[in-house]
Design a protein around this ligand. Structure first.
Ligand code: UDP
Length: 475
């Protein structure tokens, strides 16, 4: 009998990375009843996920939390900082965090793999999300195969692949011209403004997000070294991205998503106590606009004012997430916000998948983080996209042009989404016009396609089984 497969799932400590990684971990456990998973993120994120149990107060062997009858264990690694990444006005904050994360993280994960082996729970596969390319080196040094878990669309993977393989020049030359059209092998022509911002922003090392670009470059160099061994699992399904899947060079890419929650999920944010699900229960079907810009985006006061005004003027009920840290930055008291709400409800954090699954929700005004887009697609909720950073413009383009499940809102020169635009775009997906009806129809169609892909025998289910079989047979 072959030994039990044991996956070490490693992730960067952002909510948008932890969420899909944890969902994949649970999916691996459900797919193979004898499999083990160790889930690992940084100490600080781990402590936020399990506030009642610090790692030192954990189980005797160091795991702070267990699930699946002990088949899933949570063990943190060190990023070399006392308190994790803290957003600050210092423009070098992210780059210095990344330097520490890479150096200390690689050391600490190596020690973790060795400690698990010493404990009689050796790792047989390493699975890592996008900002820790050194995970592949640690695995290789120990003779353990690794898989990258790409948590953005395949189209974005293909763009980076071509950028780092000979096409950087044309992008660099036109970085100041968002309407310039770039042709990349296998992909439809793309405007520079639709490309991931990490390749179109300044390449100056003093840029506040420069280390994101260098980390991605390291990742693609690492994948090149690993061919043909490296597997790339992607949180998408092949029906959504057939064209892009043919544009990824020699890589072995397996779409296994969209991986959705199965049960409660530990996360970095505390749920708002407000009774938002009961509030939704009282609203007619498809009547509510849900609004969230994810776990990282900040918001200036002017933006919040315009947003709430536009939502009020839409004449439709709305549920809007304004995170606690944003309120604190704006020194905005709950009462001040509540005073402005006639037709809506503001929460600090909600269970987004549950909200999107509620029959009352008829539209999602989103920053187009990939998790949010997938969750909306899987629930059949049409979107108004307001992209800003990273892959979000490309995601907005995909949802508007490829899948036709939403529209993209324009911001003004100062980057502010104006109230009139909020109102207009919501009407474009929730109204009675022909285009709005078509968007709603397409959202329903894609919901079915995704359910099939993730269901038993569907494309993503089969791809996960292929990966599982390989892991079991040591391939
Ligand atoms: N999310 C949530 N409650 C909220 C807001 C967001 O559960 O009130 C979740 C959302 O379901 C998604 C994640 O946070 O899984 C955000 O990830 P995404 O990739 O959309 O954006 P990011 O936060 O990385 O910018």
């Amino acid at each position: 009998m072959s030994p039990r497969p044991h996956f070490l799932v490693l992730t960067f400590p952002f909510q948008g990375h932890i969420t899909p990684a944890l969902r994949l971990a649970r999916r691996l456990l459900a797919a193979a009843p004898d499999a083990l998973v160790t889930f690992s993120t940084t100490e600080d994120a781990h402590a936020r996920m399990f506030p009642a149990k610090s790692s030192t107060a954990g189980l005797p062997d160091g795991a702070a939390e267990r699930d699946f009858d002990g088949r899933l264990e949570f063990l943190p690694f060190s990023d070399g900082t006392g308190g994790g990444y803290v957003r600050s006005s210092d423009p070098g904050a992210f780059n210095s965090y990344m330097a520490s994360f890479h150096a200390a993280g690689a050391r600490s994960v190596g020690e973790l793999v060795d400690a698990l082996a010493a404990r009689g729970r050796p790792v047989s596969r390493v699975v890592y999300t996008l900002l820790l390319p050194w995970a592949a080196d640690i695995a290789r040094e120990r003779g353990v195969p690794s898989a990258l878990y790409w948590i953005q669309p395949v189209a974005v993977f293909a763009i980076y692949h071509h950028y780092f393989h000979g096409r950087a020049g044309v992008v660099d030359e036109h970085r100041g011209d968002p309407s310039f059209v770039v042709e990349l092998p296998g992909l439809a022509p793309l405007a520079v403004g639709d490309l991931p911002t990490f390749i179109t922003m300044s390449t100056d090392p003093s840029d506040p997000l420069h280390s994101a670009l260098t980390t991605l470059r390291n990742l693609f160099d690492t994948l090149d070294r690993e061919i043909p061994q490296a597997t790339i699992l992607v949180n998408t399904c092949q029906e959504l991205e057939l064209g892009a899947l043919a544009a990824v060079g020699a890589h072995d890419v397996l779409p296994v998503g969209p991986v959705l929650p199965s049960g409660d999920e530990a996360g970095l944010f505390k749920q708002d106590d407000a009774k938002y699900m009961e509030w939704l229960d009282g609203k007619p079907a498809n009547s509510v606009a849900y609004v969230s810009f994810g776990s990282l985006a900040t918001m200036a006061r002017e933006q919040l004012d315009e947003l709430l005004l536009g939502l009020e003027e839409s004449g439709r009920p709305y549920l809007c997430v304004v995170r606690k840290d944003i309120k604190a930055e704006l020194a905005e008291a709950n009462a001040e916000i509540d005073d402005r709400l006639k037709n809506g409800m503001v929460v600090e954090w909600c269970d987004q998948v549950q909200v999107l699954s509620h029959a009352a929700v008829g539209c999602f005004v989103t920053h187009c983080g990939w998790n949010s887009v997938l969750e909306s697609l899987a629930s059949g909720v049409p979107m108004v996209g307001v992209p800003r950073l990273s892959d979000q413009s490309m995601n907005a383009l995909l949802l508007e042009r490829e899948w036709r499940v939403g529209v993209r809102a324009e911001v003004d020169r100062g980057g502010v989404l104006r109230a009139t635009e909020v109102r207009r775009r919501i009407e474009e997906v929730m109204g009675e016009g022909k285009a709005a009806k078509e968007v709603r129809h397409m959202a329903g169609e894609w919901k079915r396609v995704i359910a099939d892909a993730m269901g038993k025998g569907g494309s993503s289910d089969r791809n996960l089984m292929v990966y599982m079989e390989g892991a079991r047979n040591g391939i």
